[in-house]
Design a protein around this ligand. Structure first.
Ligand SMILES: *Cc1c(COP(=O)(O)O)cnc(C)c1O
Length: 468
């Protein structure tokens, strides 16, 4: 116990030369916290106490704490899964950050350069979106969940909203269509059955009037077998005959026809507008291939009403995402969508993928190149796959190797099938190949020098560092 009383004071530790280094790197307040926490852990016996702690050792422990506290958890990764729109890996990847220069410092976000006064942040994207889709007007918000909630709140509060049971889906991450409807204050009217809904079901429900018919994309859920849903044209005709609105939550939506790439036809934004939907909502970072955003397109008077709703301000898009969105839309306008990473990956050919996988196999001197499938992901095209060529590595404990790959800098995310590690070149971005090979080599053939930071070598988990 006398050991404990002999612990140096915080002040004394702060005067130690090692503390100067910590304070320079982490700042005085955080270093102070770390020293206090380390001393506390020693005192309360969270660490083995029957040992003499030198000042340098205490500060070294504090240093490990500081490293852990500031260790970045949001970091670039290599996506070797072959899932193009991987929701856990940031959905649509961003290749080129040069456009961000346009808004470093001040920018004309809400400034009308012609008039010299207040402008609207929504004008920048609206101009591009209306030209691309044929819609009268547009509004961009923070994400598509916000877009759907905003539309329903602004236009359907306390009104009946008719939706088919075939579309009462949960898309994941807490977005359930019935819950969003409830949150908006609309009264949900369910029609049809889980597998089938008919035009007559809509007609019947409309006898009591409604604020809108809502169509929701099934997202990552596939309706197959004995199923039926009326077309959007039929729904628009019914809605308009009854003097009500048709709102279409497209989820992903796409401006390009996915069938060109050998996939099923994903509903296109232009088709919804043409079919007569009064409002269409979709995501910025699914098949559009842009940043997180929610895009609302449709009739001008409705968009104007939505823009004025207080919730619109609460869910508005920020300038970084807006500039990226405009940059992405501009590429579509100029017919250069092939450079958008999502479309670049979707359109990669088997021959190219085979060459890459074989190159990796040669460099690593292990594995086989086999046939496999990539997926689009992101709640679009469920069950649809793109043929790919995979580097398959047979290894004793694939789970361990997967873990090591995740601990590499940058972390490599791969998958296991039939006890093989599978590496899909389709989603590995050009420029990441060198890191990928190095990570694979280390994870498979050696463990030494493996940790991201040499300072952590020998430490299993920096969070356990007080239990020495
Ligand atoms: C993905 C999706 C949403 C939510 O879009 P976020 O941009 O993720 O907020 C809403 N509805 C459908 C049908 C979707 O697929």
């Amino acid at each position: 116990m006398s050991e404990l009383r002999n612990l140096p004071s915080v002040d004394r530790l702060l005067r130690h030369e090692d503390a100067a280094g910590l304070m320079k790197e982490y700042g005085r307040p955080l270093t102070l916290d770390a020293i206090r926490e380390t001393l506390e852990a020693i005192r309360t016996g969270k660490s083995v106490t029957n040992q003499k702690w030198s000042e340098a050792e205490i500060l070294a422990q504090a240093g490990l704490l500081l490293k852990d506290w500031t260790f970045p958890t949001l970091t670039p990764v290599i996506n070797a899964t072959g899932v193009i729109l991987h929701t856990n890996l940031g959905r649509a990847p961003i290749l080129d950050l040069s456009f961000y220069k346009q808004i470093s410092g001040y920018c004309s976000l809400e400034y009308d350069l012609e008039e010299g006064g207040r402008g609207s942040r929504s004008d920048h994207a609206e101009k591009l979106l209306t030209r691309l889709t044929g819609a009268e007007a547009a509004l961009v918000v923070n994400n598509n969940a916000a877009a759907v909630l905003l539309v329903l709140t602004a236009l359907c509060k306390r009104k009946r909203v008719i939706i088919s049971r075939t579309q009462l889906v949960e898309i994941g991450g807490g977005f359930r269509v019935p819950d969003v409807l409830a949150q908006s204050g609309a009264k949900m009217v369910e029609i049809g059955t889980t597998n089938r809904v008919h035009p007559g079901d809509y007609e019947e429900a409309l006898k009591e009037g409604a604020g809108a018919l809502l169509r929701a994309h099934h997202s990552n859920y596939k309706l197959t077998g004995f199923t039926s849903e009326p077309s959007l044209e039929e729904m628009a005709e019914i809605a308009h005959r009854h003097g009500t609105l048709l709102i279409d939550d497209l989820g992903s939506g796409t401006l390009l026809d996915t069938a060109i790439f050998g996939l099923a036809h994903e509903p296109m934004v232009q088709e919804s507008i043409k079919a007569g939907a009064d409002l269409v909502c979709f995501s910025g970072d699914k098949l559009l291939g842009g940043p997180q955003a929610g895009i609302i397109l449709g009739r001008r008077e409705l968009i104007e009403k939505i823009k004025k709703h207080p919730l619109a301000r609460a869910v508005r898009i920020d300038k970084l995402n807006l500039i990226y969105l405009c940059w992405t839309l501009d590429l579509y306008l100029r017919d250069k969508s092939g450079v958008i990473p999502v479309w670049f990956m979707i359109s990669r050919g088997l021959e190219e993928l085979d060459q890459i996988a074989n190159q990796w196999r040669k460099t690593l001197k292990t594995g086989d190149v086999i046939d496999g499938f990539s997926t689009v992901g992101g709640g679009s095209l469920p069950g649809e796959t793109l043929p790919t060529r995979l580097l398959a590595i047979n290894i004793k404990s694939p789970q361990n190797v997967l873990e090591r790959l995740r601990a590499f800098n940058p972390p490599i995310i791969a998958r296991i099938e039939k006890d093989q590690i599978l590496i899909d070149p389709r989603t590995v971005l050009p420029g990441q190949e060198h890191d990928l090979i190095e990570g694979l080599e280390k994870a498979i053939f050696s463990w030494d020098g493996y940790f991201r930071d040499a300072g952590l070598t020998g430490m299993i988990d920096p969070r356990n560092n007080l239990n020495r």
